[in-house]
Each structure stands twice: as structure tokens, then as C-alpha cells.
Design a protein around this ligand. Structure first.
Ligand code: ZN
Length: 165
């Protein structure tokens, strides 16, 4: 594990049960909260109290203002049926069936994805929207969230980043 960058904030969420380390990450899966105005704390509480989970299901969370916060981090999450053991789930606050993600959120998503691509030796084709998995019928991360465009934009920045190293 590379040293975690300082721009990933850790608010030390408490989980009811010990988390299990992720061993084999093959995908980065992008989600939206679908609820408007839900931040990481509200999502964490909802997953604990209403879903009965150990705590927030997502590995990372991106607030409306672009702040990147650690959820389960590098532990097995609960965000995509049958993919939890092999993926990192990133959730952006908002409902992108109705709204569009903020510029700050998209910048943060790209920054976080680039860190994770390097960390787990992945390609941008391994970044998927939740709805692109066979296991879901949801529109997540929202109809207004264009996955091809996001992948392309991250790819350009990823190549730039690699070229600079
Ligand atoms: Zn989702």
C-alpha cells in the first residue's frame, strides 16, 4: 500500500464489526447517493440503522463540495451485489437522475480514480458505473452521469500523470 495522500480525509467512522481487508481489486465502481443532501454521516447512519450493515457500504465518498472522505477505505464494502470482494465503491453525494455532479466532485473523482488506478494497477476500462454491472437494474450513478465521458476524461489525465512520472 502506497502512502495515502493527505487529500483523502478520514473522519474515523465507527463500524459495528471489524472490516475485512480487500485482497483483489479489479474494478472501481461509481455510485450516487440518489438522495439529495445526504452527506457521508447521514449515509453511514442510514446503512447502519436501516440496512443493518456494519456501517457505510462505500469505500470512499465525495461530498457536494468535492471533499473526499474515507468510508470503508481498503476494506470489503457493501455497494454492488457480487462485486464487493473485488471492487472499490466510490459514492458521490447527489441524485444525478435529476441534477448533475458539481465540477468539484468530478475533479475529485478523477483525482481519486488516478490514485486507485496506480495503487491497484488498473486501467480506466475497469472504472464502471453501478448500472453497467449485470447485477443491477438501477440507473446509478444517475442518468445525467455519462460514464463514457468520465472514463475518457480520466484516461486523458491518467496518461498525463503517467507521462510526468
Ligand atoms: Zn449504486
Amino acid at each position: 500500500m502506497k502512502i495515502e495522500p493527505g487529500w483523502i480525509n478520514d473522519i474515523n467512522l465507527s463500524f459495528k464489526e471489524p472490516l475485512v481487508a480487500l485482497k483483489n481489486v479489479m474494478y472501481i465502481i461509481v455510485h450516487h447517493t440518489e438522495e439529495i443532501g445526504w452527506d457521508i454521516n447521514k449515509t453511514h447512519r442510514f446503512h447502519q440503522e436501516h440496512r443493518g450493515w456494519s456501517g457505510i457500504g462505500y469505500n470512499f465518498f465525495i461530498e457536494e463540495n468535492g471533499e473526499i472522505i474515507k468510508g470503508r477505505g481498503y476494506h470489503v464494502g457493501a455497494h454492488a451485489y457480487s462485486y464487493n470482494q473485488k471492487s472499490i465503491g466510490i459514492c458521490l453525494a447527489g441524485n444525478f437522475d435529476i441534477h448533475i455532479p458539481s465540477i468539484e466532485q468530478l475533479k475529485s473523482l478523477s483525482k481519486l480514480c488516478i490514485f486507485l488506478l496506480e495503487q491497484y494497477n488498473l486501467s480506466t476500462t475497469q472504472i464502471l458505473g453501478h448500472r453497467e454491472l449485470k447485477s443491477t437494474a438501477k440507473s446509478c450513478p444517475g442518468k445525467n452521469f455519462n460514464m463514457d465521458q468520465i472514463r475518457e476524461s480520466i484516461k486523458i489525465q491518467w496518461l498525463k500523470y503517467k507521462g510526468k512520472k
